[in-house]
Write a protein that binds this ligand. Structure first.
Ligand code: GRF
Length: 219
């Protein structure tokens, strides 16, 4: 068996995506090892989840640092000390500067609750509802210097119903997030992601038909 991919997870909130990654590893679907979970908020429930699974956690309160650079230098130090190869942003609510991005170039993933490049930024589900789209979804992408912008790895679509609220749509999208984040990390672990400028090429994509988008059927 090959060595599991060493990953570090950064989060600020409830950590359901972290949980999905933990569960995918436990089921043997994701060949990764979570080396450290870092939160900028001491009260993030994601930290509780991590500790329940015996994962090392570190709280790095951004307010304790005079500058973004100083905050990020500490994040980089911790991630490197844990020999993290891939940085996984899972509801991490701080913008990362080019200094951080350069330290882990093409080795940072993020998940966003919209079909990028539509609806970047905060309240993506609300933006989708207000714009009246019929299909919404989630995107896993590599992080570059622009927010919610880097090369797209996996997307999943969900229908939007006329009576949807921000909450019902978010719940539907979140279920897909939990599926595709582990898939994207596994593709990375298998060395199957190649970046060509703004695009990600998935090697042997036909071997993974479940990565292809299925439109809603007429049923
Ligand atoms: C998710 O909707 C994710 O797309 C966004 O932040 C939320 C995090 O949720 N970036 P959780 O903390 O993983 O439950």
């Amino acid at each position: 068996m090959t060595t599991p991919l060493p990953i570090g997870v950064l989060l600020s909130g409830s950590g359901t995506n972290l949980q999905a990654i933990i569960d995918a590893i436990a089921r043997g679907e994701l060949a990764a090892a979570i080396k450290v979970v870092i939160s900028n908020r001491a009260d993030a429930y994601g930290l509780v989840r991590a500790r329940q699974h015996g994962l090392p956690t570190v709280v790095v309160p951004h307010k304790d640092f005079p500058t973004r650079e100083a905050f990020e230098a500490e994040l980089i130090r911790i991630l490197q000390a844990h020999h993290v190869e891939l940085v996984v942003l899972a509801g991490f609510m701080r913008l990362l500067s080019p200094v951080f991005i350069r330290a882990f170039r093409q080795r940072i993933m993020n998940i966003h609750p919209a079909l990028l490049p539509a609806f970047p930024g905060t309240h993506a589900q609300r933006q989708a509802l207000e714009r009246g789209v019929r299909i919404a979804g989630a995107t896993v992408h590599f992080v570059d210097e622009e927010m919610d912008h880097g090369p797209i790895i996996v997307q999943a679509a969900v229908p939007v119903y006329p009576d949807d609220t921000e909450e019902t749509l978010s719940t539907r999208i979140l279920a897909q997030e939990h599926r595709i984040y582990a898939q994207a990390i596994q593709l990375y672990a298998e060395g199957r992601l190649q970046i060509d400028k703004q695009k990600v090429i998935v090697l042997d994509e036909r071997q993974s038909p479940n990565l292809a988008l299925r439109s809603p059927t007429s049923a």
